[in-house]
Design a protein around this ligand. Structure first.
Ligand code: FAD
Ligand code: DHB
Length: 397
C-alpha cells in the first residue's frame, strides 16, 4: 500500500502521541507507526511524576479534564536520611510551581483514545522499518501483518525510544553520542497496598536508595537501589519488603504497609545523549535522542519539552514556508536536555549509596543532604529543577 503524508511519526509512546496531537490541532497531517500492539503500549509501567512544564502543556493542548481525572498535584516531597523525614515544600520554594503524580500509562491512554475517537491514522505491529532519502524527501517502508507499505512524507520524526530504528538510521560517524553508566540499578515493584504518604518519599540510606511512589490509592509503586546485574530471582518478596522498610524508616508518621507484590522489574540507570537530533528531514525526540537516570523524574518531561519545540518549528515551516525554527531545534533541545541531565546526575549522586563505599563520597553526600534541608537557597535550587525550569529561562541563554 502506498501512503503520502506530511509527517511520519515513528513510535506511539508519549512523545509520538503528544506530537501527533499538537500537529493535528495545527491542521498538519501525521501518521503514527508503532511496533507493538495497543495492549502492549498500554501496559508499559514507566513514569509516575510530571513537572509543572508538562502539566502546563497538557492543559494548553486540551487535556485539562483528563489531567484532573488522573493527575494529583504534589506541592512537595519527603526526603528521608539518617532516619529523619524532611518535607521539601516545592510550591513555596518556587513561588507556586508543583509536580503531579500522573502515570505515563494514563497519559498514553488518554492521547491514544482521543486519536482513535477522531479516526486519525496509527498503524500497530509495524516491522522492518527502513528510512531512505531522509536528507531531502523521506521514503519509509515497513510492513504490518501481511501488508507491505511505502510511505512518502515531508518529515520523519523518531519518537521510538532508546532502542528504536530512527537514530541508527543516521550513520554513526555523523551522530556524536555521549554515555554515562551508573554502577547500580533500580528494582521496581507494583504492589496492592494502601497509599501511606500523600507525597513521594525519597530515602537515602546506608543500605541504598529507596523511593515510595504511588499509582492509585490501592496500588503503590516503589523502587530500591540494587546491584547493577541483579537477578530478580535473588529478591523474594520478604527481602524486598525488608529493604524497603529498613531504608524508609523515619520519625514522621509515614510507615509502609506490606501487600501483595504484583510486578517486579529492573530499571537500568544510564545517561545518554545523541547530539545530532536532526539530519535533513529526520528529527529525533525524547528517549530516541537522550536518556537520564530516573532519580529526579525528568525523562518524560524532557521528551515533552522536545515535542513542544519541534511542533512549533513544524507549524512555522508550513505556515511561513520557513525552516528557521527547524534549524534551531537541535540547539534549543540540547540546551534544555543538558539542564535535565545535570540535575538528574546530581540527584543520583545525592540519593544513592556509592557501591565502593567511598568515604569521601559519603561525607560529601551527607553534607549536601544537610545543606538542602538547612539552606533555603539549596532547597530552592533543587525545587526549581524538580518542578521544571520555566521555559523563559532558555530564551536568553
Ligand atoms: P518511549 O516511551 O520509549 O516510547 C517509544 C515508543 O516507540 C514505544 O511505544 C515503542 O514501542 C515504540 N517503538 C520502539 N521501536 C520502534 C520501532 N522500531 N518502530 C515503531 N515503534 C517503535 N520520566 C519522568 O519524567 N518522570 C518519571 O517519574 C519517570 N519515571 C520513570 C520510571 C522508570 C522506571 C523509567 C524506566 C523511566 C521513567 N521516566 C520518567 C522516563 C520516561 O518513562 C521516558 O523518558 C519516556 O517514556 C520517554 O517517552 P518517549 O515517547 O520518548 O519514548
Ligand atoms: C516515579 C519514578 C521516578 O523516577 C521518580 O523520581 C518518581 C516517581 C514513579 O514511577 O512513580
Amino acid at each position: 500500500m502506498k501512503i503520502k503524508t506530511q509527517v511520519c511519526i515513528v513510535g506511539a509512546g508519549p512523545s509520538g502521541l503528544i506530537l501527533a496531537h499538537i500537529l493535528y490541532q495545527a491542521g498538519i497531517e501525521a501518521v503514527v507507526l508503532e511496533k507493538n500492539n495497543r495492549e502492549q503500549i498500554l501496559n508499559r509501567v514507566r513514569a509516575g511524576i510530571i513537572d509543572q512544564n508538562t502539566i502546563d502543556v497538557l492543559k494548553a493542548i486540551g487535556f485539562s479534564d483528563a489531567f484532573k481525572k488522573q493527575g494529583v498535584i504534589h506541592e512537595g516531597f519527603n526526603l528521608v536520611f539518617d532516619n529523619q523525614c524532611h518535607r521539601i515544600d516545592v510550591n513555596e520554594l518556587t513561588g507556586g510551581r508543583n509536580v503531579a503524580l500522573h502515570p505515563q500509562q494514563e497519559i498514553v491512554k488518554d492521547f491514544l483514545t482521543h486519536r482513535e475517537s477522531l479516526n486519525l491514522p496509527l498503524i500497530y505491529n509495524v516491522q522492518n522499518i527502513t528510512i531512505s532519502n531522509y536528507e531531502t524527501s523521506p521514503t519509509i517502508t515497513f510492513n504490518s501483518g501481511d501488508e507491505d507499505y511505502i510511505m512518502n512524507a515531508d518529515f520523519v520524526i523518531g519518537c521510538d525510544g532508546y532502542h528504536g530504528v530512527c537514530r541508527p538510521t543516521i550513520p554513526k560517524d555523523k551522530r556524536p553520542e555521549l554515555h554515562k553508566d551508573y554502577p547500580f540499578s533500580w528494582l521496581g515493584i507494583l504492589c496492592e497496598s494502601p497509599r501511606v504518604s500523600e507525597e513521594l518519599v525519597y530515602a537515602s540510606h546506608t543500605s541504598g536508595f529507596a523511593l515510595i511512589s504511588s499509582r492509585t490509592p490501592e496500588i503503590q509503586r516503589m523502587y530500591l537501589q540494587c546491584p547493577k546485574h541483579t537477578n530478580l530471582d535473588d529478591w523474594d518478596d520478604e527481602k524486598i519488603w525488608h529493604e524497603l522498610e529498613l531504608r524508609t524508616t523515619n520519625d514522621s508518621g509515614i510507615k509502609l504497609v506490606r501487600g501483595k507484590i504484583i510486578k517486579k522489574d529492573i530499571v537500568s540507570m544510564r545517561s545518554f545523549v545523541c547530539e545530532r537530533m536532526r539530519a535533513g528531514k529526520l528529527f529525533l525526540v525524547g528517549d530516541a535522542a537522550h536518556i537520564v537516570p530516573p532519580s529526579a523524574a525528568k525523562g518524560l518531561n524532557l521528551a515533552v519539552s522536545d515535542v513542544c519545540l519541534l511542533s512549533k518549528a513544524i507549524e512555522h515551516y508550513y505556515q511561513n514556508n520557513s525552516s528557521q525554527l527547524l534549524d534551531r531545534y537541535e540547539t534549543d533541545a540540547l540546551k534544555r536536555f543538558w539542564r535535565g541531565e545535570e540535575f538528574s546526575n546530581f540527584a543520583t549522586r545525592l540519593f544513592h549509596q556509592p557501591v565502593d563505599g567511598n568515604s569521601f563520597h559519603i561525607r560529601q553526600q551527607s553534607s549536601a543532604l544537610r545543606y538542602m534541608i538547612n539552606s533555603k537557597s539549596a532547597a530552592r535550587s533543587f525545587a526549581e529543577n524538580y518542578s521544571g525550569i520555566p521555559q523563559e529561562f532558555y530564551s536568553y541563554t
